[in-house]
Design a protein around this ligand. Structure first.
Ligand code: 3PZ
Ligand code: ZN
Length: 328
């Protein structure tokens, strides 16, 4: 198993910036600002955020800003979306530069995406999803402007997406959508709903034992190379990024002791590229910045030695969250 190859992962993250035109970079073109948040947060957890120039990062982030509407796009010249706006705000928070924002404009953009039933659209085109509810609530909380939306309606909408198994869907009754996306969506939806409820102080709507049991059932226990990893559905493959969706939810509902942390730690460490750095979805696959972030963040949630601890609801280092809310 070995240890976390922190220095290699730092090198890997720093190298991504330099190969802008390979295939992976093209695939991520529309989520470049999200990719920047994943990479920079990983560096911060590894105590290496000082390896980048804050002014350079901030000036690039602000080039993704649309001052006519208050939203951020995924890259320079891309249309604004709430998914990208949250990443932009999180990056500015990492560098303690929230003050460069017109917080009123950004908050008004987000508030304008709330619908009559309390749900949120992702952009002006109107697609509705509980992921967008989380983005809105997380963003507004960081900006100290939750009062701009109807929080009660937002919470009631999320609660209406609760399933019989204790989990949450992306729309009311939304568990039943089929296809490949479902493989990925289940835990992500649960994280977004539980995170939004945690931030708004509404976790009493969650059946902690029922949801906790369902989440813990996701840990693979077959003694094979994926032993200890977490999967999306009973018969599906394990994936490092589920470590985040599942662990963060378990911590927020106070049931993380129901999972075997040593086994999950070993699984994540097994997914490292020990040669060139980076972490993959499962052992011996190709690494990417997404799974490197979720792997390191998962280890941080499990208090792996030498890492900054990360907040399970805001997905930002705890010291950053404390600075936002307690000014220290
Ligand atoms: C990955 N996106 O749609 S994506 C993402 N997935 O932009 C980024 N685990 O190539 C990277 N699966 C790799 N670097 C994967 C982000 C997806 C999630 C796919 C994935 C991860 C299993 C199938 C959706 C926030 C934002 C977006 C998502 C989740 C959370 C891909 C596939 C999809 C995407 C990008 C690359 C395989 C990286
Ligand atoms: Zn994954």
């Amino acid at each position: 198993m070995g240890e976390l190859e922190s220095d290699k992962h730092v090198e890997y993250i720093l190298s991504i910036e330099k190969k802008k035109d390979d295939f992976d970079a093209l695939l991520m073109e529309h989520l470049r600002i999200n990719g920047a948040y994943w990479g920079l947060t990983t560096l911060d957890i590894l105590h290496k955020i000082s390896a980048v120039d804050p002014d350079e990062v901030i000036s690039w982030v602000m080039k993704c800003y649309h001052d006519d509407c208050g939203g951020f796009g995924g890259n320079i010249g891309h249309d604004p979306h709430i998914l990208n706006t949250l990443s932009a705000v999180q990056i500015l928070a990492l560098f303690d530069r929230i003050n460069v924002l017109d917080a009123e404009m950004v908050s008004n953009y987000i508030a304008g995406l709330q619908n009559e039933d309390g749900s949120f659209s992702g952009d002006m085109w109107g697609e509705i999803d509980t992921r967008f509810s989380y983005c809105a609530i997380c963003c507004l909380s960081i900006l100290h402007r939750l009062n701009k939306i109807n929080v009660e309606k937002a919470v009631n909408y999320i609660v209406s997406c609760k399933n019989l198994d204790g989990g949450f869907g992306c729309t009311p009754g939304g568990e039943s959508h089929a296809g490949q996306s479902m493989l990925f969506r289940g835990e992500q939806d649960i994280f977004c709903c539980v995170g939004a409820l945690a931030i708004t102080g509404s976790l009493h709507h969650v059946d902690r034992d029922l949801l906790g049991w369902w989440l813990c059932e996701r840990q693979c226990n077959d003694g094979g190379p994926n032993d200890g990893g977490l999967n999306g559905r009973p018969e599906k493959l394990v994936d490092v990024c589920y470590s985040w969706w599942v662990l963060s939810s378990l911590i927020m509902i106070d049931r993380v002791h129901w999972i075997d942390k040593d086994k999950l730690t070993r699984f994540i460490l097994n997914c490292q590229d020990k040669e060139n750095g980076g972490i993959s979805d499962r052992a011996d696959d190709a690494v990417d910045v997404f799974h490197t972030y979720f792997g390191v963040a998962g280890l941080s949630l499990m208090e792996y030695p030498g890492l900054k601890s990360i907040d399970p609801a805001y997905a930002l280092p705890v010291d950053v969250v404390n600075r936002i809310f307690f000014g220290k």
